[in-house]
Design a protein around this ligand. Sequence first.
Ligand SMILES: Nc1ncnc2c1ncn2[C@@H]1O[C@H](COP(=O)(O)OP(=O)(O)OP(=O)(O)O)[C@@H](O)[C@H]1O
Length: 352
Amino acid sequence: MNQIINNIVIPHTNRTIGSEKALISAKECSGSLKVVLQFGFPAAFLANELRQQITQHTGQSVELEIRQRILAHKVQAGIATIEGVKNIIAVASGKGGVGKSTTTANLATAMAKMGARVGVLDADLYGPSQPTMLGVAMQQPQQRDNRMIPVQNADGIQVMSIGFLIDPDQAVVWRGPMVSQALQQLLFQSQWDNVDYLFVDLPPGTGDIQLTLSQKIPVTGSIVVTTPQDIALIDARKAIDMFNKVNIPIMGVLENMSVHICSHCGHHEAIFGTDGGKELANKLNVPLLGQLPLSLPVREAMDAGTAGNLHAQYEKIAQIYQDAALSVALAIADKGQDFSNRFPKIIVESQK
Ligand SMILES: Nc1ncnc2c1ncn2[C@@H]1O[C@H](COP(=O)(O)OP(=O)(O)OP(=O)(O)O)[C@@H](O)[C@H]1O
């Protein structure tokens, strides 16, 4: 029986229950098969499909329990991890306006709907947009014991943004060290509540600020967003080089605005070119996480702060983000664990 279950392919992946060592137990109990599976990535959303698969393959009625054990994975050497946060995913773009914030908000929404505990830190000081996109612009973080409590949105995403604290007009004149300081304060002094994946929406570009941040934030992996347009691709390549330089693994490239689909006639028009992000990912040997069309409902949902509704109403769009989020979660699950918190700090004192 175990062998049959182990051979079942996990929906939306090319992995099996066996390859993920997910089977905890399978016992027959009063005429049905009670199966317990445990995954290192968000898998609650797979419950129905998995139950059907197991029923089909075993010919028995199945009672399925899914457990998630998402662990903290390795970050850059010498950087302290953050209390209440297991994995940080930096979302970057070389060029501005390519949809980095849109991608962050939607990947976070997809991940939350898949069953993970998710946070979003809006580090885009010059244009903080996560509070609007995630529908919490009218709220403010509470304070407790000198720490800020992130605001929760309708999908349970914990949101912190520099936009809650400062006037963006003021931030425009900030210099690199101030930006870095403010961001670290937001990250380290917020009371994150057991977050599996924290998405950090970085400012656009690959200058000193981004480099400093990637050296100071404990990042498990990064995502680079680009449009298929040549000038965006050149900058996306710089962002990839930047992450390579600081040893942050690149979980993939997401190509945004890949094609425009006319909402009246369904005609496809490649406004920003075709497959640029895909070719870049191939060339640099990083995964392509997905290709998202330029779509009116996406823009409307971002302006209205209703990403959750967008995913409920537009299945194709939701599927693209879900596939991308799942690829990222699987890539993280494959990484080594972070044990930095378990070891005592060793201080070497030099003698004169
Ligand atoms: N696939 C898409 N379809 C339709 N509109 C989109 C799409 N992606 C992004 N947009 C819209 O394009 C605008 C810019 O997107 P967004 O703010 O996410 O870009 P950004 O890269 O984060 O920009 P910034 O340079 O401010 O960091 C927003 O109004 C957003 O709603």
